[in-house]
Design a protein around this ligand. Structure first.
Ligand code: 5AD
Ligand code: SF4
Length: 467
């Protein structure tokens, strides 16, 4: 790799293509895998064709995960053959963790199978794969080791950045594979998180979303040797100069403690939008799901959050047709949605995940009934989302511009409530937070007019962030 190249033409770099399914944590992980491979000469590529290495970063949370993986692998087989077999093909993420050797049994042309806790060992696996006759499989679990060994974030993420602070889950909801694929809860030390946040800000980030499967269960070691809660960490992060917006996702109602709720009142940079999955509005189903709280607890938390910050809007996740859910339970979910009022939410048809307690539970709900319930939930949530977006009409708000919009002369950005916003403007706006007036609303986005110049505190060097 380091052989001297005396020809005038630069030796091409190795090309790396990463395809990512699933949540923001996977997006973050994909970026970190690219960071790990960069010192080996791998540079990102937009297509798998002709790439020297392809990583499929998979998600196992809902159905058809393995079907999607194997059909993608089927397509990649030809691309690999076209490189004379030189392409290194890796399967990463939660399907890799869950299925391990089954993947290489079904797709022997796969070179590497690695679980989410093994990304720091990728270079070593690439080297082993080039020597080994068979595939290299690594699905071990020590999370601490991973974060200790990953290099510092290298590629700038732009004005909105993601930072994983917590991984894994000890909650064992009846329907969920995460505790099995991501392992036990682990929180990164606060100092490492703050240092990474500062690097992201130096690279142009103005908004950081802290990520974790159970992010509000965060209990990382603080520089004072004590365990820091998420509330404590957020207060520390609020002091980082140039960091204007903070978010965290995904949270569990059980870990929504008063100290964290108070942070919403105290920290202006903490955006008034929170994703807080409740899954069901029926106490009976919440119990079957092993969620550890009742519907009334969720309502109380929503009230407290709004008391802490009046403009706070909520998002959530719902599952239609968990085993044992009756029509009455389903109606309790609709009632909870009515009572809370969501700005936005995700809803899914229950799908049995192998190895989870609910998958073998009695009283599985028939597919057609799950469909019907899901449609009712989605119709109501959509109504609420449209109403929430409409309620922003005429409002003045700060918009963080991120990059070009869909049409020429247009820029796209995000509202404090994470709504996509479009406004007329040029690329020089990227990375700037500007006061805007909302002039039109759509079901999934807002249209705005910029009403002022740089907001106070807008760093003068934002052109850098646009790069
Ligand atoms: N079936 C349907 N939805 C699920 N989710 C997790 N597991 C399942 C499953 N087996 C949903 C939950 C969770 C979101 C990330 O995915 O609503 O909050
Ligand atoms: Fe899955 Fe429940 Fe853990 Fe969320 S809290 S990751 S739904 S087990």
């Amino acid at each position: 790799m380091t052989s001297p190249d005396r020809s005038p033409q630069k030796r091409p770099e190795k090309r790396l293509f990463v395809k990512t399914w699933g949540c923001q944590m996977n997006v973050y992980d994909s970026a970190r895998m690219a960071d790990v491979l960069a010192p080996l000469g791998y540079a990102p590529s937009d297509t798998p064709e002709g790439a020297d290495m392809v990583i499929l970063n998979t998600c196992h949370i809902r159905e058809k995960a393995s079907e999607k993986l194997f059909s993608e692998l089927g397509r990649l087989r030809a691309a690999k053959e076209a490189t004379g077999g030189r392409m290194v093909l890796a399967v990463a993420g939660c399907v890799a963790q869950a299925e391990g050797a089954e993947i290489t049994a079904r797709a022997p042309f796969v070179d590497i199978v690695l679980g989410p806790q093994s990304y720091h060992r990728l270079p070593e696996m690439v080297a082993r794969a080039s020597r080994a006759a068979g595939a290299v499989i690594d699905t071990d679990f020590p999370t601490e080791e991973k974060f200790d060994h990953l290099p510092e974030v290298s590629a700038p993420q732009g004005p909105i950045a993601f930072l994983t602070i917590q991984e894994g889950c000890d909650k064992f909801c009846s329907f969920c594979v995460v505790p099995y694929t991501r392992g036990a809860e682990y929180s990164r030390p606060a100092a490492a998180v703050v240092a990474e946040a500062k690097r992201l800000v130096a690279q142009g980030a103005r908004e950081i979303a802290l990520l974790g499967q159970n992010v509000n269960a965060y209990h990382g070691e603080g520089p004072d040797g004590r365990s820091w809660s998420l509330g404590r960490l957020l207060r520390e992060m609020a002091g980082i100069e140039g960091l204007d917006r903070l978010r965290y996702t995904t949270s569990h109602p059980r870990d929504m403690h008063d100290d964290l709720i108070a942070a919403h009142a105290e920290i202006p940079a903490l955006m008034p939008f929170l994703h807080l999955p409740v899954q069901s509005g029926s106490d009976r189903v919440l119990k079957l799901m092993n969620r550890g709280h009742a519907a009334a607890d969720f309502l109380r938390i929503a009230e407290k959050l709004r008391a802490a910050r009046a403009d706070l809007a909520l998002s959530s996740d719902f599952i239609a047709g968990h085993p044992g859910e009756t029509d009455e339970d389903h109606r309790a979910t609709l009632r909870l949605i009515e009572q809370v009022g969501f700005a936005q939410a995700f809803s899914f048809k229950y799908s049995a995940r192998p190895g989870t307690p609910a998958s073998g539970a009695p009283l599985q709900v028939p597919e057609a009934e799950k469909d019907r319930r899901l449609q009712e939930i989605q119709a109501l949530l959509r109504e609420q989302q449209v109403a929430f977006n409409r309620s922003r009409l005429g409002m003045h708000m700060d918009v963080l511009f991120t990059g070009p919009g869909r049409h020429p002369g247009q820029m796209a950005g995000r509202s404090p409530w994470l709504q996509p916003v479009h406004a007329e403007g040029g690329p020089e706006l990227a990375g700037r937070i500007l006061p805007c007036e909302i002039i039109a609303t759509h079901p999934n986005s807002l249209a705005a007019r910029i009403v002022g110049g740089a907001r106070s505190g807008d760093p003068p060097n934002q052109e850098k962030a646009a790069a």
